[in-house]
Design a protein around this ligand. Sequence first.
Ligand code: SF4
Ligand code: SF4
Length: 302
Amino acid sequence: MPVTGIIFDIKKFAIHDGPGIRTTVFLKGCPLSCLWCHNPESQDPRPALAQFPRNCIGCLKCIDACPQGALSKGETQIIIDRAKCTNCGICTETCYAEALVLQGREVTVEEALAEVEKDRPFYENSGGGMTLSGGEPLMQIDFAEGLFGAAKEAGLHNVLDTCGHVPWEYFERVLPYVDLVLYDVKSADPKEHRRSTGQSIGLIQSNLRRLTQTATPVHIRVPVVPGHNAQAEDIRAIAELLSGLDHKPTVELLKYHRLGEGKYESLGQVCPEVIEEPPSDELMQELCASMQNYDLRCKVGG
Ligand code: SF4
Ligand code: SF4
């Protein structure tokens, strides 16, 4: 049986997911549920039906197509009964307007690699390659290991973008093929971490410690989110944590943005927390400077 994975996107010409021009493969499934998540479609490991009513042309073909009777005609749009919907995707095959879209599809390692290989000339000219992101790519460890291994054999530069909340053994399985790890750190405060991500901080910290003892370079990414970790003392606490590691990683602060909010609605979910104001450019620079006080190489990312 070929190894397969569930992915929800393949992004070409990515320039923020590691060095050079990259292709980023987004895998479904995440052990965290961050209140500010901008990829809510990544959290459920299974494919999920998304709705974009503005695309609907009112043909009603989807209603007849649904074997569960989960769709009906509403006053202004097609109504999805999420309790009946099994996310089978049959209705999306009749919806040429793309008002109903199944987010998530199963692909083999070979199919994913073939897609990534299409842009090989761009990687060679820019020092880029392939990045696996999500969700948490290591949640699908067999697929992640297979794809990283195949890409390495093909001579590609591999980057892992991880939240870190997975068993250490999963890192051991992929590290032989990974050239750089992008590692998310959201908070150094155990209570706040649990509150805002739904998970404890322990495994993430211990994996980070072990990772920085390996030969693989680690680049920390901190999403700066007002109301969660955008105060000077929040960033100082993260800086203290990072500066105590055996090998100091490089750090990038990422400005929170609101692009994920509309996605919740398309999935029939409520955005768990609306954050009105992203952090200002000045604040981002100040927080970055405070990281540098701890002898950490820090930049504000895009
Ligand atoms: S098939 Fe698509 S375009 Fe047609 S009614 Fe259903 S949602 Fe609208
Ligand atoms: S995904 Fe399947 S069950 Fe859900 S509305 Fe479409 S056809 Fe019906």
